[in-house]
Design a protein around this ligand. Structure first.
Ligand code: ADQ
Length: 470
């Protein structure tokens, strides 16, 4: 049965005149499903929307189409750069002082969600086909679809943290947004904690009745489930085995010239805890001079949301910290921080994962964090140091858990890991934990993730999907 996927980002991008899948988990997870089932991906054509065809039939996969929405620039400013990135993003990540509450943002968001819903209704020819709506850009879409298709099967997945209702109360339109999501039959989030927070939010803000993990709302029943997303394990395994990737990993170590290599890989976003991580690194070098010259931190940051002043400010802060640390500690060709501010193809990231003795994944909040899984899966000798405030911590309990706000604690944790890696016998304790993490990542594989969500959505009896409970 065909499928309609609705997401802000399109799944394909043009490279040298042909269409290739976009980088990122969602395209990886859903393109094979769409190829198999046929259907439509509805998205905003972010890049040069006017220059691209509004409908793409991907070569080699003629069974599905990409329907690209051309949104007016003013609406994009309010809806995407405003409501999505300056209101909902900081709110969901508990950065309340950064939340901007503006009516114009919400008005634009409503208009954009309406356009998305109309495009979906055009593409949704087979009434039995499920529709799968993604993320915080499109909270109002499920209810807009439900108004026209009372018996349609609608799924919604939320990719970032869902905070408790007290956080949502900051937003004047929180109730309308949650009611928008409740247009779905199945709501998926990454962890049981987010599921509990979602249910509590429904209870408090909408007055809906909650029974277990079901919400009764307007005569319908909505199920709420944890579906932690994973990575494409087969592709990472293949990349990690390629000779040129392994050579690159060896080159990274040679260039560092130190005994140990640490790596951090993030979008440059204030939720990722990069300044705190660098501060911990600086503190460690101050406090434990024995590591100077012995350890190199590669920090890879992908430019992100550079139109927003707060992101440009973060970039300046990180530039300055890196300059200060290198200025204070570099000697004889050793650089304490090697900072790379650009995007890399996944093969290059794989080489960094292979090269690193430990990964520092320390977001202040993160829905899941796929880099943690990528590193745990690829590394052969390494240790994963992971923020307990990332969704990934709930699914990777064998990682070294750290509090990303606690700079002293983080410095001590890194010191402890380095000390154990320097001791031949002590380093063996990591082998069992590494093997356990690999099993966890294998079980989370992204293809299984999509299947499990869709199976659950489609397993609902038609009477339940979109119909009043019996
Ligand atoms: P993101 O906030 O983007 O995703 P994450 O899950 O870590 O965070 O995914 C980032 C992806 O980008 C990874 O696959 C990584 O390999 C890639 N990447 C990182 N640095 C890169 C670089 N320099 N060059 C190229 N690629 C790079 C949101 C939520 C997450 C949630 C995902 C999926 O914020 O919490 O895990 O969606 O649901």
């Amino acid at each position: 049965m065909s499928l309609v996927v609705v997401a802000n980002r399109e799944p394909l991008r043009q490279e040298a005149g042909t269409w290739v899948p976009s980088v990122g988990g969602l395209a990886t997870a859903l393109l094979p499903v769409l190829e198999r089932r046929g259907g439509t991906w509805v998205a905003w054509g972010e890049k040069d929307a006017e220059a691209l065809p509004l409908l793409t039939h991907p070569p080699g996969a003629p069974r599905f189409t990409v329907r690209r929405l051309a949104l007016p620039a003013r609406e994009v400013a309010g809806s995407y750069h405003g409501m999505a990135n300056r209101t909902l993003w900081p709110l969901a990540h508990y950065f309340l002082e950064r939340v901007e509450v503006r009516r114009s943002f919400y008005e634009a968001y409503r208009a954009t969600n309406q356009r998305f819903a109309e495009a979906v209704l055009e593409a949704w020819r087979d009434p039995a086909a499920p529709v799968w709506v993604h993320d915080y850009h499109l909270m109002l879409v499920p209810a807009l679809l439900r108004a026209t298709r009372p018996r349609g099967r609608i799924g919604f997945f939320w990719h970032i943290p869902w905070p408790p209702p007290e956080v949502w109360q900051v937003l004047p339109w929180a109730r309308q947004l949650v009611e928008g999501v409740l247009g779905a039959d199945l709501v998926g989030l990454h962890t049981p904690e987010y599921v509990e927070n979602f249910l509590a939010t429904c209870r408090l803000l909408t007055g809906a009745a909650v029974h277990g993990r079901r919400v009764r709302w307007q005569g319908r029943e909505i199920r709420v489930e944890a579906h932690p997303i994973g990575i494409d394990t087969a592709r990472f395994r293949q990349w990690a085995a390629e000779p040129r990737v392994r050579e690159r990993a060896a080159r990274i170590r040679r260039t560092a010239g130190s005994r140990f290599v640490l790596v951090g890989v993030d979008r440059l976003d204030y939720t990722k805890g990069i300044p705190e991580r660098l501060a911990a690194w600086e503190r460690l070098l101050e406090r434990y001079p024995q590591w100077r010259g012995q350890v190199t931190l590669y920090q890879i940051a992908v430019p992100s949301r550079t139109r927003l002043a707060s992101y440009r400010q973060l970039k300046r802060q990180v530039d300055e910290q890196v300059g200060r640390i290198n200025g204070a500690f570099m000697h004889d060709g050793w650089l304490p921080v090697r900072y790379l501010y650009r995007a890399f193809p996944p093969r290059d990231l794989t080489a960094f994962y292979l090269a690193a003795d430990a990964a520092l994944i320390t977001p202040l909040r993160d829905g899941m964090n796929l880099v943690a899984q990528e590193y745990a899966w690829v590394t052969e000798n390494g240790v994963l140091i992971l923020s307990s405030l990332a969704g990934a911590a709930a699914v990777l309990p064998e990682a070294v858990a750290v509090n990303p706000y606690d700079v002293d604690g983080l410095a001590e944790a890194i010191h402890g890991v380095l000390a154990s890696l320097a001791d031949e016998r002590a380093r063996q304790v990591w082998d069992a934990r590494r093997a356990a993490l690999k099993k966890r990542v294998a079980a989370l594989d992204v293809h299984g993730w999509a299947e499990r969500f869709l199976d659950s959505l489609e397993a609902m009896p038609a009477a339940l999907a979109g119909a009043p409970p019996g």
